[in-house]
Structures are given as structure tokens and as C-alpha cells.
Design a protein around this ligand. Structure first.
Ligand SMILES: Nc1nc2c(ncn2[C@@H]2O[C@H](COP(=O)(O)OP(=O)(O)OP(=O)(O)O)[C@@H](O)[C@H]2O)c(=O)[nH]1
Ligand SMILES: [Mg+2]
Ligand SMILES: [Zn+2]
Length: 388
């Protein structure tokens, strides 16, 4: 008999305390898991990614949470080569148990992602864009930006676009507010990035402002920390955790800029029960996003553009250009306009060279079974068929 390792209610129907559920596992993921799992396979969440090895969290003996260090199965790696995705931090996966049933041994497949943060992988070629999934199944993105010389609304709005592409709420967390006289100026600049963008001022070392992040840090919810190296992501994580769970390092001198203190991606659980993904700062944000995300991130600019006399207005010398009029009247910031144009060009470039993986990820974002898992279901069906 096949024993299902996940239980949601006692005989009286009351929810049972389930540690896997505290990691964000719910009825939807359970359904997806049951659809594809074979005997001896369990649901697990990827909590750490280090060069081809994955730390996964699952219900071990006695229902207690256990962690194993595993690899992806050969089957999954093969499928990845033809279009689906390797596991990433935050993923819910189907893992195979070791022969003695005590440990997880490998990852057989990735369950459909509810959200995915993607960027262009390094080393992609001009004719072909490769996607890298940075984090999955995230509920909110904390865009961590320091109130210092590297402050850049242009960079922040790129992250905002990335968050919209992932279908996730963007929250700008402004750090190092202890180092400036007027933190309110930074807050205003962040808030000007659109009505959907929340912004919060914090000083992580002394805990100031952290309570303003509480709405996003609730039990079982997952937040990813995004932002440049040195912005203070790991410092923020430690402050929220109340202990030094991640390494941090003093701001580097300029010749040292490329070095990251955080060197891998990991999901941590806070005392509040919220889950936080820390990762190395991205050196450059080669974003992967489509027109819809761009329109959402730049709704204010697009609203002006919608009033231009010509639908295909290039916002140059055309008569009746509402965008140029807004720029001249000071209703639209020049920097923001230029940021929008630059991203538009990038989005157009991407649309022309789309990685099948990106298309696949977009199609799978809302609860469809991914390709590797479909093959997998067939495999299970044929096994069942044979035993009948
Ligand atoms: N004064 C001040 N310093 C801060 C604050 N937050 C972070 N720092 C300092 O900034 C430096 C970099 O912080 P990290 O947390 O290591 O930065 P990170 O974003 O995790 O960097 P990577 O791991 O390389 O991506 C450390 O020396 C922190 O002590 C803050 O609110 N105020
Ligand atoms: Mg760090
Ligand atoms: Zn125009």
C-alpha cells in the first residue's frame, strides 16, 4: 500500500499542525504532487542551491521536518535539456526516498511554479537567450536598496519589472537610512515608481522600521531578497531573524565591487514563520520580462503614451505627442522616461530571441503541469496499466 505522507486534517476535520505546511505547502501543491508521484516519492521544498546540489526539506520519520542534500535525477536533467526547468530555491519538488526509506535521495520532478523570478543567464549568445530561474513560489519581493551613493531609481524599476513579470508584489526596502540626513527623499523617490510599489525605510543594524515589513512576513509566506551586492540583504535577514544566520561583509572598496559576500541561494525560516530567500546580489540585472510586466511597472508613462495622437508614436518629433508634453511640463521625469525606453528595447530584443524555456515558464506559471512531469504522469499511468 502506498502511504501518503501528507495529512491535512484529523478525523474531526480540524487542520492538523503540519510542518511542511509551515513551509508553504498547501492543498494546491498537494494536488499537483498527488497527480504525479509514484510510490516511494515525497513532496519536498528546495531550500538551498549550490552548484548542482540541492538542500531539500521534507517530512521525515514521525512527521518531523528533515533536510537532505540531494541531486537532480538523470531523468529530470535529460528533460531539462529539452525545455523544462531544473529545480531552484523555493521550488516544490517530488523527491525519491532512499532504499531504506529514511532519506531523500534525488529530485524526480519540479511541481508547477506559482511564481518564478527569471533573469538572462550569463553566457547567452546573441541569437539565443538563456533563462535562469532565480527563485520560485514567492509571495513578495523585497527590493533592497541602500540610501547611499549607489542609489538608483532606474535599477529599482528594473527589479520592479522583474517582480511584475513573476506576478509578485514589489516592496522597496531602503536600507542604511542611518547614513543620510533626509531618508524621506529616498522614500518619495521609491514611491514615485508607481502606485503598486510599496516602500519602507529601515535601518537593519538597530532594528528601526523592521515592523513595517510585518504585513509580508507571515507564517508560510515566502519573500525573496533582491538587490545589488552590498545593499544589505543579508544584514536585513539577520535583523529579521534576530540572529546571525547569514554572513555579511563591510562595504567593499571600489576595486572589490564584483565580489559577493553571499555565495549561494538559500531559503531561511524566520521566528515569525515567514520564509526568506537570500542570494548573491546580481551584478547586472539582465531581466527577462514581457510587455505586460513592463506596462504594469510603467503604468504612469504608458498612460501618457496612450494619449499620443498616433498610436505608434515614437515620442520624438511627432505632433500631438503626450509623452513629450508631459516631459516638458515636468509631469514625467526624464530619467524615468529614459528607463522606460531602454527597457522597451530590451523587451523587444527578448521577444525576438525567446528561449523556449521562458515561454514554457510563462505558460506554466499558473498551475499547469510542466513538461517533465507530464512525461512522468504518463510513466505512472503505463505502470498502473501494466499492473491491471
Ligand atoms: N550603516 C548601515 N550599514 C548597513 C545597513 N545594512 C547593511 N549595512 C552594512 O552593509 C554591508 C553589506 O551588507 P550585506 O548584508 O553583506 O550586503 P548583501 O546585500 O547581503 O551583499 P551580497 O551578499 O554581496 O549580495 C555590511 O557591512 C553591513 O553591515 C544599515 O542599515 N546601516
Ligand atoms: Mg548577502
Ligand atoms: Zn508620443
Amino acid at each position: 500500500m502506498y502511504y501518503i505522507h501528507v495529512e491535512f486534517s484529523d478525523a474531526d476535520g480540524a487542520p492538523r499542525r503540519d510542518e511542511l505546511r509551515d513551509f508553504g505547502f498547501d492543498q494546491g501543491f498537494l494536488r499537483d504532487y498527488l497527480e504525479v508521484a509514484l510510490p516511494g516519492e515525497i513532496p519536498a521544498r528546495v531550500v538551498e542551491v549550490q552548484r548542482g546540489r540541492y538542500g531539500i526539506m521534507f517530512r521525515g520519520e514521525g512527521g518531523k521536518l528533515a533536510e537532505s542534500d540531494v541531486v537532480a535525477s538523470g531523468h529530470l536533467i535529460h528533460e531539462t535539456a529539452v525545455g523544462s526547468s531544473l529545480p531552484t530555491v523555493g521550488d516544490w519538488v517530488v523527491a525519491r526516498l532512499s532504499d531504506d526509506g529514511r532519506q531523500a535521495a534525488s529530485i524526480k520532478g519540479v511541481l508547477p511554479r506559482r511564481s518564478a523570478f527569471m533573469r538572462r543567464a550569463s553566457g547567452d549568445k546573441a541569437d539565443r537567450v538563456n533563462a535562469q530561474v532565480l527563485a520560485a513560489n514567492v509571495d513578495a519581493a523585497f527590493i533592497v536598496a541602500a540610501a547611499d551613493a549607489r542609489w538608483s531609481p532606474r535599477r529599482i524599476e528594473r527589479y520592479v519589472t522583474l517582480a511584475y513579470e513573476a506576478g509578485v508584489a514589489p516592496v522597496v526596502v531602503i536600507t542604511k537610512t542611518d547614513l543620510v540626513d533626509c531618508p524621506g527623499d529616498y522614500l518619495a523617490e521609491a514611491q514615485a515608481l508607481g502606485p503598486g510599489v510599496s516602500a519602507v525605510l529601515v535601518c537593519a543594524p538597530n532594528g528601526q522600521g523592521l515592523e513595517n515589513l510585518d504585513p509580508w512576513l507571515t507564517i508560510g509566506k515566502t519573500v525573496v531578497l533582491l538587490g545589488s551586492s552590498g545593499a544589505g540583504k543579508s544584514t536585513l535577514l539577520n535583523a529579521l531573524a534576530g540572529s546571525e544566520i547569514a554572513a555579511t561583509k563591510a562595504v567593499r572598496s571600489d576595486d572589490d565591487r564584483g565580489r559577493h559576500t553571499t555565495t549561494h541561494r538559500e531559503l531561511y525560516r524566520l521566528p515569525s514563520g515567514a520564509l526568506v530567500i537570500d542570494s548573491p546580489g546580481l551584478r547586472e540585472i539582465q531581466i527577462l520580462a514581457g510587455e505586460a510586466a513592463l506596462a504594469e511597472a510603467f503604468a504612469d508613462v504608458e498612460a501618457f503614451a496612450a494619449s499620443c495622437r498616433f498610436r505608434d508614436c515614437g515620442h520624438g518629433a511627432e505632433p500631438g505627442c503626450a509623452v513629450r508634453a508631459a516631459l516638458e511640463k515636468g509631469e514625467l521625469d526624464h530619467g524615468r522616461f529614459n528607463g522606460w525606453r531602454k527597457l522597451q528595447r530590451e523587451v523587444a530584443f527578448l521577444a525576438a530571441r525567446e528561449d523556449p524555456r521562458v515561454a514554457a515558464e510563462q505558460a506554466h506559471r499558473w498551475k499547469t503541469i510542466n513538461k517533465s512531469m507530464r512525461g512522468y504522469t504518463k510513466e505512472r499511468r503505463s505502470i498502473q496499466g501494466k499492473s491491471r
